[in-house]
Write a protein that binds this ligand. Structure first.
Ligand code: ADP
Ligand code: LRH
Length: 514
């Protein structure tokens, strides 16, 4: 019999992909790198661009949404390609996406409007409005989640304020991956890791914080059963199996549906739940953190505005969102509008030729969350802070990458003061791990080696959680051993350069200014 194939649908904010993962058993003769256990091979079946769409409201004001109908069409296209390539070998399929965004469903299961994109400005002012109902300290104690304006909590409060009819009609809220699982097999379960990004889940009970939900005056009925990663949700709808050429026996299995949770599950480390290594899940966002065995709550964690997202096998992710390569994506778009189309490899090459540590930005300044023109926004920031204005694309991207590396170092310092442990290595995974310049700058700024890769950590985590659900892998530690046997990492050692300490001081000054 051929080796089993698991299909990962991995939707990122910039692109989506359907990836087939094949689990290959240990070599029978006990020789070679795979002698100790199975390895995994990935094949990209389908890739497509993703991004927000602008829907004009009744008064013409723009509303940022996700076109789930197009996303579903792309998923079906990917599954049909997999049907042609693998057909009967496919055991299961699972979906992961970015966090926080969600759909509302009516009593009969109709989609109530296109889901909002988390960068829509409807949640501006959402903190004050929510904290009038439940104090900030109580929200943190009851969820352990970083205060980000776009968390589902503030989005749902905005829906309650602006579209009360939607909330009174809705019977269910599903996060994006849950919605696509529903399209695959009819399940209405909400998977735990992504549910934690709503800021409505209690990190100790690992279930909805229904007391908090009541105080926020959100309808309790919306929040359905929470399931653990690895839960079998059903089998493909027969009609879908027919359309895609996949067997009706294909199971739908919830992986760790939060992309960050899947990515961190697939970090090629030999250690689980220890803060002696750190990770950066590097894509549209940079999620900078450590793995812990439970949430880190309390005053210091609240003051540092860290998050405790739910992971697999009882782990938590103590981390902070850093604005990430969204900055570079934005600069790229600014130049594309002027007719200068540059790919990421070229942007990185140019940035490498620019002088380093000239002008710095605070990547997490709210002005960079959804600017109309990222390049102009960065130039404006540098002007207003009395720094040289980056004059070309090379200087702009270099400014972004230097600033990100410095911000990573600052976050790792904050995390170390919370855990009492300083990570000796930083694993960088995701599309951003292809940026060798950023990897080197990160090693320099953080003063520890960076191990870069795998690029497709999220899809790997997704595939391997399905393999775990099928009984082929026993634990998170074993899952990571499969990744270590299967994937190469590239090491970047820090260079000793005193300019980084000076630059870190400069960035602190910028972040702390009024
Ligand atoms: P997401 O899942 O958030 O859509 P990915 O993990 O796919 O993001 O990472 C996408 C990012 O990876 C791009 O925005 C880009 O900055 C970076 N990237 C991709 N390819 C390259 C490359 N060849 N060189 C440098 N950076 C790259
Ligand atoms: C990264 C991510 C991150 C969330 C953001 C909305 O893709 O899932 O963890 O905070 O998207």
């Amino acid at each position: 019999m051929s080796d089993p194939v698991f299909l990962a649908v991995d939707l990122g904010a910039e692109s989506g992909r359907v990836i087939a993962g094949r689990l290959v058993p240990a070599a029978a003769d006990g020789a070679g790198a795979d002698a100790d256990g199975p390895t995994v091979t990935l094949e990209e079946v389908h890739r497509f661009p993703n991004g927000p769409i602008v829907v004009p409201g009744p008064d013409g004001s723009p509303s940022l949404r996700w076109d789930v109908t197009v996303l579903w069409r792309e998923i079906e296209t990917g599954l049909a390609k997999a049907g042609v390539r693998y057909s009967a070998e496919v055991v299961s399929v699972g979906v992961d996406t970015w966090g926080v965004d969600h759909v509302l469903l009516s009593e009969t299961g109709e989609l109530l409007g296109l889901p909002w994109n988390y960068r829509d400005d409807r949640t501006a002012g959402g903190f004050d409005e929510a904290f009038a109902a439940v104090p900030r300290e109580e929200v943190f104690a009851g969820t352990g989640i970083q205060f980000l304006p776009f968390n589902s909590l503030y989005q749902l409060r905005a829906t309650r304020r602006d579209h009360p009819e939607l909330l009174s009609t809705a019977q269910r809220v599903l996060l994006m991956p849950d919605y696509f699982h529903r399209c695959l097999c009819g399940s209405e379960a909400v998977e735990f890791t992504n549910a934690t990004t709503t800021q409505l889940v209690d990190p100790t009970t690992r279930d909805w914080n229904r007391g908090l939900i009541a105080k926020l005056d959100l309808p309790d009925r919306l929040f359905g059963p929470v399931v653990s990663p690895g839960t079998e949700l059903g089998t493909l709808f027969p009609s879908l199996a027919q359309r895609t050429g996949l067997p009706e026996s294909v199971k739908v299995v919830a992986p760790a549906t939060h992309d960050t949770a899947s990515a961190v599950a697939a970090i090629p480390t030999g250690s689980t739940g220890q803060a002696d290594w750190a990770y950066i899940s590097s894509g549209t966002w940079s999620l900078v953190g450590v793995e812990t065995q439970g949430p880190v709550l309390g005053e210091a964690a609240l003051a540092a505005n860290v998050t405790n997202e739910g992971g697999v096998d009882g782990t938590s992710r103590l981390l902070k969102n850093v604005m990430g390569l969204w900055l570079v994506q934005g600069v790229r778009r600014s130049f594309a509008r002027g007719g200068d189309e540059l790919d990421y490899a070229e942007l990185t090459r140019r940035a490498a030729s620019a002088e380093g540590l000239v002008s710095l930005i605070d990547p997490d300044d709210a002005r960079f969350l959804a600017p109309t023109d990222m390049a102009a926004e960065i130039v404006g920031y540098c002007r207003e802070t009395g720094q040289p204005e980056p004059g070309d694309v090379a200087a702009l991207v270099r400014c972004c990458l230097d600033s990100l590396a410095l911000r990573y170092a600052a976050v790792l310092d904050e995390l170390a003061s919370l855990t009492g442990e300083r990570p000796g290595v930083v694993h960088v995974v995701g599309g951003g791990s292809r940026n060798a310049l950023l990897n080197q700058l990160t090693a320099d700024a953080c003063g520890v080696p960076v191990l870069a890769g795998p690029v497709e950590a999220t899809a790997l985590g997704n595939v391997l959680m399905q393999a775990k659900a099928a009984g082929a892998i026993g634990s998170l530690a074993e899952l990571r051993a499969v990744v270590r046997r299967s994937e190469e990492v590239t090491r970047f050692d820090p260079t000793d350069d005193a300019r980084w300490a000076e630059a870190a001081d400069r960035l602190r000054g910028l972040s702390n200014r009024g």
